[in-house]
Design a binder for this molecule. Structure first.
Ligand code: DAH
Length: 348
């Protein structure tokens, strides 16, 4: 048996010296220490020996077994070190100073549309406002003439936070702050309030080709003396014709929103199907793009503005919808997918 151990030792040494990777090392371990390995066979053979021999050889075989395990472990460490060494050598060939071709990124289609709208409204004298994504219930609902427990709140499935605040469901949530910010200039200097507010909105919606739980809107308000519906139509038409670089078809339908009276739905002719009907426009040929209306007196009051003196219009432009129309994106979910392949096509 001693002879057997010696033979195996020699064989192992010669085999292991040829090993260059972890896989080969593992097959050696299995060949010796595995269930059917040579050392395991030796251990099984002990049962045929007498007590004294069993003890003597048992110790030797066990010692041999430990030696093999140790050799294999050492070799494993050595192989890992060699691997690192190889990588370092390869890295030395990497010249950091060499000019490299780096793919240029691009703006997201929604950012493109947002910036375009901002530029158009700025040119018409509107300010661009920045506001929070987390707002109070007062800002998102009460100040907009939607009292607590009013059924109109059910129109928007809201994500509430543990501290009682919420993720804004509509950019209208900024209206109150905008009125408060500019009301003194309106009253004292007779400067009409003209502001837009682009931002991300959140609703707990089931998603499909035209619904997402996260989307972008752009709120717009104009408040001053004698502001009326024809002002609203003028600004909307001008803006949309600029965005699409052509005279696009629009239609106004009555629409209910607690913060405007009268309220409208402004639709544009679906540019994807040309009005014939497709999944993006729910087969109607029209796409609801921009609800709007004359600001409700209660909303002006909440913003510290006297509705007897001043009137105004407001609109909530769907920036996400607008981007879909403008760039022919058929499924709204593509926009939040983070899929660079589909976004790359907007690189300028
Ligand atoms: N905030 C409304 C929504 O998200 C959209 C809206 C409707 C905004 C009418 C307005 C408006 O300013 O006048 O559904």
């Amino acid at each position: 048996m001693e002879e057997k151990i010696l033979q195996l030792k020699e064989k192992l040494e010669s085999e292991i010296s040829k090993v260059t990777d972890g896989m080969a090392l593992e097959s050696i371990r299995v060949a010796y220490l595995g269930k059917k390995g040579s050392v395991t066979e030796l251990l099984k053979g002990l049962k045929d020996l007498g007590d004294a021999e069993k003890k003597e050889f048992g110790q030797k075989v066990n010692q041999f077994k430990n030696e093999i395990q140790q050799t294999i472990d050492e070799y494993k460490t050595k192989l890992a070190e060699l691997e690192v060494q190889k990588e370092l050598e390869a890295a030395e060939e990497f010249d950091m100073s060499m000019p490299r071709m780096v793919a240029r990124g691009s703006y997201h289609p929604i950012t493109l549309v947002q910036r375009e709208c901002e530029a158009i409204f700025k040119s018409m004298g509107f300010t661009v406002e920045d506001y929070s994504e987390v707002v109070s219930e007062y800002e998102c609902f009460e100040s907009l003439n939607i009292p607590k427990h009013h059924p109109a709140r059910d129109m928007q499935d809201t994500y509430y936070l543990e501290n009682g605040q919420l993720l804004k469901t509509q950019t209208s949530a900024a209206q109150n702050a905008i009125y408060r910010k500019y009301k003194d200039a309106l009253v004292n200097d007779g400067k009409p309030i003209k502001a837009i507010f682009p931002g991300r909105c959140f609703r707990n919606e089931a998603t499909d080709a035209c619904h997402e739980n996260t989307f972008f809107q752009m709120e717009g308000v104009m408040v001053g003396k004698d502001i009326n519906i024809s002002n609203l139509i003028f600004f909307m038409k001008t803006m949309l014709s600029e965005v699409f670089q052509r005279d696009i078809k629009v239609r106004l339908r009555p629409g209910f929103f607690p913060f405007v009276e009268p309220g409208f739905e402004l639709d544009i002719n679906c540019l994807i199907c040309g009005g014939e009907g497709c999944p993006s426009c729910k087969h109607s040929g029209w796409l609801e793009l921009c609800p709007c209306g004359m600001i409700h007196p209660e909303v002006l009051k909440a913003g510290g503005i006297d509705p007897e003196e001043y009137t105004g219009f407001a609109f909530g432009l769907g920036l996400t919808r607008l981007a879909m129309m403008k760039y022919g994106v058929k499924d709204i979910r593509d926009l939040n997918s983070g899929n660079l392949k589909s976004m790359e096509q907007f690189a300028e």
